[in-house]
Design a protein around this ligand. Structure first.
Ligand SMILES: [Zn+2]
Length: 202
């Protein structure tokens, strides 16, 4: 929130929140003790993720040590759902002009990435395509215990890397070194992360 304010925005200015998936480390920041941190925002989440993480039935069937994760996901969006501001979308839905939803399932059932483009340049906000930049760019076949479908997650990572190289778009991702933006290039049998050059504004 401090960083948001420093960038010149108030929480009330935010009207749209695009969740890549419902894992707590990607969704819980929008809820503060049961209160919507962004009172004027509509929260978007892909249907397969909502059907999985927000389902009482799936939660009840989950192993005990996984139940807390489901509860946190549900709590994160609860104030928005109660206010009628949770929008569950399907792949193929057009949410906004100039923005395309890119389905990137595997890490979670409905993991989604968001491609913003204008004037021939674009940035893909890809969410959790990579958790270990030191390993997974070089070896995209390495998956993570937290992936709900590891085989699909590996395939998605390979597809997204190939597309990022082909289309040369910027990437913004979680779990990448600060500032989490850069390009993907092909190298050897794998890929390499080329981070944006970053320096403080004088
Ligand atoms: Zn995640």
């Amino acid at each position: 929130m401090d960083n948001l304010r420093a960038a010149g925005y108030a929480t009330a200015d935010i009207d749209t929140i695009l969740l890549t998936h419902l894992h707590p480390d990607h969704a819980c920041g929008i809820n503060d003790g049961g209160r919507a941190v962004f009172p004027n925002a509509v929260v978007y989440v892909e249907k397969r993720d909502a059907d999985y993480w927000l389902s009482p039935k799936v939660t009840a069937a989950a192993p005990d040590d996984a139940k807390a994760m489901f509860r946190m996901s549900q709590e994160s969006v609860a104030p928005y759902a109660q206010a009628g501001k949770l929008r569950v979308f399907n792949i193929g839905d057009v949410l906004f002009d100039g923005m395309q939803v890119v389905p990137t399932p595997g890490h979670t059932p409905g993991h989604a990435s968001y491609l913003f483009g204008s004037d021939g340049s674009a940035i893909l906000i890809w969410g959790d395509i990579v958790h270990s930049h030191a390993v997974q760019f070089q070896r995209p076949e390495v998956s993570l215990e937290f992936d709900s479908d590891q085989r699909q997650a590996v395939q998605t990572r390979k597809d997204v890397f190939a597309r990022a190289v082909r289309q040369k778009f910027w990437v913004g991702g979680a779990h990448l070194p600060f500032p989490g933006m850069g390009h993907v290039i092909a190298e050897g049998n794998g890929y390499r992360w080329v981070p944006v050059e970053y320096a403080p504004v004088r």
